[in-house]
Design a protein around this ligand. Structure first.
Ligand SMILES: [Zn+2]
Length: 313
């Protein structure tokens, strides 16, 4: 094992022990806090929490918006965030699978895996790829609306004094999401069926496709990489995508922000070699993270706009 890997492992173990055991024989002083401190792993979850919690909670995000939540590992400073949190919300369904983060969240008693909890309360909503649940549930706004309802319920249980406040704000957010869901559906279904195909970098748009691209959505979404972006594409995967692009006359492919577009460039080169004119969208889509200074609703509207502008004729 390389020294760097050893240090990484020791650090990741260290942070877990530090958090679980307090890292010292002296008990930490109990500070009575006026507000519930809530830590969310991703910006998308943090958006829900910040809106519903308003000025009655302190909301913080673990994984910065430009970082990959699939592979994120704890870094310096995260231990303070974890210690401070009364409550941790994470996506679950295998999204946060970086070793140190996964181990900590699995053991933590004040953590809620929102996707797994959603599946327990409303079974049958998840998409499975090769028997593995697809964690990208935020890409269907109607599912994210259910997650907002779940967050509302948990905040009400944890801080019953402010339950009316959370209920009112949670209801308002769910209404906003319901309207956004309708607007995206209207926009996507206004693209002709012949053009309504989405080729992206990694398998993050299955829920989007199911919600907005039509009942035969599985034929309408393609990605060279799997559920987590790894910059790889197999020859077999490349052949499959090129064949489907030929069959459906797909002319545009969509890079994703913060994800390597190398596999898409390979597709473009191969398509070019076989006489297909394929262009990369000038604007990337956002899948696992949001554009700077944009919230979840802004990200979903932006994605719908980029897809529409590229595909609608
Ligand atoms: Zn992803």
């Amino acid at each position: 094992m390389m020294l760097r890997d050893c240090l990484k492992l020791l650090f990741s173990l260290g942070i877990t022990l530090f958090v679980l055991n307090g890292c010292s024989s002296e008990p930490l002083p109990k500070i009575k806090k006026e507000k519930l401190s809530v830590l969310s792993t991703t910006v998308m979850i943090g958006d829900i929490v910040t809106y519903i919690g308003g000025d009655k909670i302190v909301s913080d995000i673990l994984i910065n918006r430009e970082l990959d939540p699939h592979s994120y590992e704890f870094v310096k400073g995260d231990d303070e965030k974890l210690l401070e949190a009364d409550l941790i919300f994470y996506n679950g369904l295998g999204l946060e699978h970086g070793g140190s983060v996964r181990r900590y969240l699995n053991k933590s008693l004040n953590s809620y895996a929102l996707g797994d909890e959603l599946d327990r309360r409303c079974p049958g909503l998840l998409i499975y790829l090769d028997h593995i649940p697809d964690p990208h549930i935020w890409m269907d706004v109607s599912l994210w609306q259910k997650v907002a309802q779940l967050v509302t319920q948990i905040l009400m249980e944890k801080d019953p004094v402010h339950s009316a406040y959370f209920l009112e704000r949670g209801g308002r957010l769910q209404n906003k999401y319901a309207q956004l869901h309708q607007a995206i559906h209207k926009k996507m279904t206004s693209i002709s069926l012949e053009q309504r195909y989405l080729v992206t970098s990694h398998d993050a748009f299955n829920y989007f496709a199911r919600a907005y691209l039509g009942s035969d959505w599985q034929q309408r979404v393609l990605a060279p990489e799997g559920l987590a972006p790894d910059g790889q594409i197999s020859l077999q995967g490349l052949r499959l995508i090129i064949d489907q692009m030929k069959e459906h006359h797909i002319e545009v492919i969509f890079p994703e922000a913060y994800v390597s577009s190398d596999p898409l460039k390979k597709i473009q080169e191969s398509a070019d070699f076989e006489g297909l004119a394929v262009k990369l969208s000038n604007d990337p889509l956002y899948s696992d993270s949001l554009p700077e200074a944009t919230d979840y609703e802004g990200m979903m509207s932006y994605n719908a706009g980029v897809i529409y502008d590229n595909l609608a004729r």
